[in-house]
Design a protein around this ligand. Sequence first.
Ligand SMILES: C[S@@+](CC[C@H](N)C(=O)[O-])C[C@H]1O[C@@H](n2cnc3c(N)ncnc32)[C@H](O)[C@@H]1O
Length: 357
Amino acid sequence: MEFIENLCCPITKNKLEIISKTEFGKYSIPTELDSFGELKHGLIDNSKQFFYPIFKDIIILYEHYAIYIGNEIDNRHSLSFDKKRVLDYYNNVNYQVKDSFKVYADSANWVDYREVSSEYMRKSFTKASRHYPPTGKYLLDIASGPIGFPEYIALSEGYEYRICVDISIKALMEAKANLENVGQKGIYICGDITNIPVNDNVCDVVLCQHTLYHIPRKEQSTAVNEMYRVAKIDSKIVIIYCWFYNSWMMNLTLNFVQIYRVTRHYAGKLYVRIINSKPKLYFFAHTPRWFRTSFPFSKDIEFHCWRSTNKFFMDTYIHKGLGGKWILNKLGEIEDKHSRFMSTFGEYAAIVITKRR
Ligand SMILES: C[S@@+](CC[C@H](N)C(=O)[O-])C[C@H]1O[C@@H](n2cnc3c(N)ncnc32)[C@H](O)[C@@H]1O
């Protein structure tokens, strides 16, 4: 609970005060909330306008879930179409057990679980940690998801607390179970990457894996600026980003498969607007140039290779009887030796920002 002083109201930016259930009546907090047995505490902002419940140790600091308790007009805007579809997608996604941890069931679409590629895949999952100190107090995992892979869990091993922020409450509950399973301490916050409810200069490292490209195109810079804001001076922000149609290596090696994927991607964008079917994920990839030119701190951005290939490349070229392991070993060596080149030529980059004074 000591961390609460580092939090702020995502709407008013005011400080927050913790109150217990016995005080709810004083602030006109709706009595319907009493029926949630697990609700024992909540946070109110200093101006006494917004109430944020804390359920099962998950601090709900998402602007759209805040309960208005003020006497004026609630000026909150509704969610944009693309943001809502990502929220709906992750609120409805299924989970599966993998190596005794729960992961998103859709990860099988992006992660190659075959034995032939397991070493190469595992290595990529550990790579973010190359770019920040091995120990510290607060590692902010923004859009953490359920944190199901052992290598992903291990990224915060040397940190006192992993602050998990995500829009999905269900994902945070799974993250809590997964971290507790290995004895790591977490702080769990339901919040938005484009409006992080954490004060400036708090986090020793900020990690954002595989999410920025699911944020609407125009809001991705807001998300990057938010990560920068909450990071401490001299600390690192590590963003794992997918270039998809901007990856020359994938375009050249997968040619017809890639043409099919890109066509399906754009058709999907149209489809979700015309047909109100089950929620589909949003995706937009900026170019490396966009990162190099869009921020006042762009000169402090470095590109490293996270993994140059994707699942479609693996399915096409990597096979057990055809030297698959050897090819991936060699590719891994090339990715390490020519990390900068492979980071923008290949599929996934680790974009590392140093926050300067
Ligand atoms: C592809 S998953 C990545 C999860 C995890 N970082 C990983 O690498 O396995 C994307 C995650 O981003 C979360 N997310 C999507 N939009 C978000 C937003 N605006 N703010 C915070 N989290 C968001 C989703 O709920 C989901 O858990």
